[in-house]
Design a binder for this molecule. Structure first.
Ligand SMILES: *Cc1c(COP(=O)(O)O)cnc(C)c1O
Length: 402
């Protein structure tokens, strides 16, 4: 038995996180257990990562069998799992080429660097401006916090990369006014995740595509949270019928094993020529073997269809709870990325709901201070949804009744 506890965190860890009290030690599907054996229903899914549940047996097998063959080579060599996963991604999407990284932030970093480089090579250094959106989240590297639309994440880290404009999300008029021949890229999330579970409108998505074409700017979709089945499609852009030029994928891509990818159309991919960018671990054989299996399981039509069936169950329960307690302004999002926006009376209290839920043995998330977020496993069972929602109702009652 391990001697560490939550107090150990405060002693030996950098204080950039403030983890909740319990430490889960075991997981299976959409359930977790702590050291004392308490059981929890998990609607957080490692923040939209464990799309196939905890310790999915097929992913465990993929990891085990690859771990006995080959772990890592570096990019001096390529490896079979990486090539297999890249082929699958190319065959299933708009993309012709893939670059592997280890985290979402790194995949975005690659996309933003590619966009700058492509514009520089083809149009000159004047064309370097990136248009991004308020509340957007793109990662925690210096470039990605700068492109992200939440100033709190870049404050104090300056001087920041320049040439980035933040516009109101879903505002077509402002985009038309701001985009120009100097724009090298427009980047957006199909559903802003961290920013409050706010979907891009169909018109907005189409307009971004249209204006990027008009001004020779690269359209980048950050599908790190929306990708790999989360919205009921393999990638959310498929729902909009609008193809990006670059797309970044992470979170569910490895089902819990760290891996990320940037997908690119051929024309743009060539900007990252030999030596221009890289990553020691990117395309690691273990990660790609797990990613490849996760891809097979998630790209299954029955699984994808099940996502919106499950969403309907969540929505029905949330509506029922709201009729009783009047706490939500709106339930929004796509597929199993669900945001319950608190009404006027409960603004700023999302964390209270999260803590109250944990006391009822339920894990949920927030998306900013005003939105409760659910991002469960895509294969969460009806019984687990039922059980979790009973716990959630109790948590809501606790917060409402003080
Ligand atoms: C989580 C997330 C990221 C950052 O991914 P990391 O793996 O934490 O670097 C970037 N963009 C979006 C939309 C995300 O949800």
């Amino acid at each position: 038995m391990s001697n560490v506890s939550r107090e150990t965190f405060d002693k030996v860890m950098v204080p950039n996180y403030s983890p909740l009290k319990i430490i889960p030690v075991k997981g299976e599907g959409a359930r977790l257990w702590d050291k004392e054996g308490n059981e929890y229903v998990d609607f957080a899914g490692g923040i939209a990562v464990n799309a196939l549940g905890h310790c999915n047996p097929e992913l465990v097998n993929a990891l085990k069998s690859q771990s006995e063959k080959l772990w890592h080579l570096s990019n001096v060599f390529t490896n079979e799992p990486a090539l297999e996963l890249a082929e699958k991604l190319v065959n299933a999407t708009f993309a012709d080429k893939v670059f592997f990284a280890n985290s979402g932030g790194e995949a975005n970093e690659a996309a933003f660097k590619l966009a700058r480089k492509y514009a520089f090579d083809n149009y000159g250094e004047e064309k370097h401006e990136i248009i991004a959106f308020k509340q957007a989240f793109h990662g925690r590297t210096l470039f990605t916090v700068s492109v992200g639309g939440q100033p709190k994440y870049s404050q104090g880290f300056g001087p920041l990369p320049q040439g980035i404009t933040h516009l109101e999300f879903n505002n077509i008029e402002m985009l038309e006014k701001s985009i120009s021949d100097k724009t090298c890229a427009v980047v957006l999330e199909p559903v802003q995740g961290e920013g409050g579970v706010i979907p891009a409108t169909q018109e907005f998505m189409q307009k971004v595509r249209e204006l990027c074409d008009k001004y020779n700017a690269i359209m980048i979709l950050d599908e790190i949270q929306t990708g790999m089945g989360r919205t009921g499609q393999l990638y959310a852009y498929m729902d909009y019928g609008v193809e990006p030029d670059l797309l970044t994928s992470a979170k569910a891509l490895g089902g819990g094993f760290p891996i990320a990818a940037m997908l690119a159309k051929e024309k743009f991919a060539t900007a990252l020529n030999v030596g221009s960018h890289g990553s020691t671990y990117g395309g690691n054989a273990l990660a790609c073997a797990v990613g490849s299996k996760a891809f097979d399981l998630i790209s299954n039509q029955a699984l994808l269809d099940g996502v919106n069936e499950r969403r309907a169950l969540f929505e029905a329960k949330l509506q029922m709870i709201n009729e009783k307690y009047d706490v939500f302004e709106q339930v929004r999002g796509k597929g199993l990325l669900i945001g319950a926006a608190l009404n006027q009376k409960y603004l700023g209290q999302a964390r209270d709901f999260m803590v109250a839920a944990l006391e009822q043995n339920l894990m949920i998330l927030m998306a900013g201070p005003d939105v409760i977020r659910f991002a469960p496993s895509l294969v969460v069972t009806e019984a687990e949804i039922e059980k979790g929602m009973v716990a959630f109702e109790k948590a809501v009652a606790k917060v409402v009744n003080g």
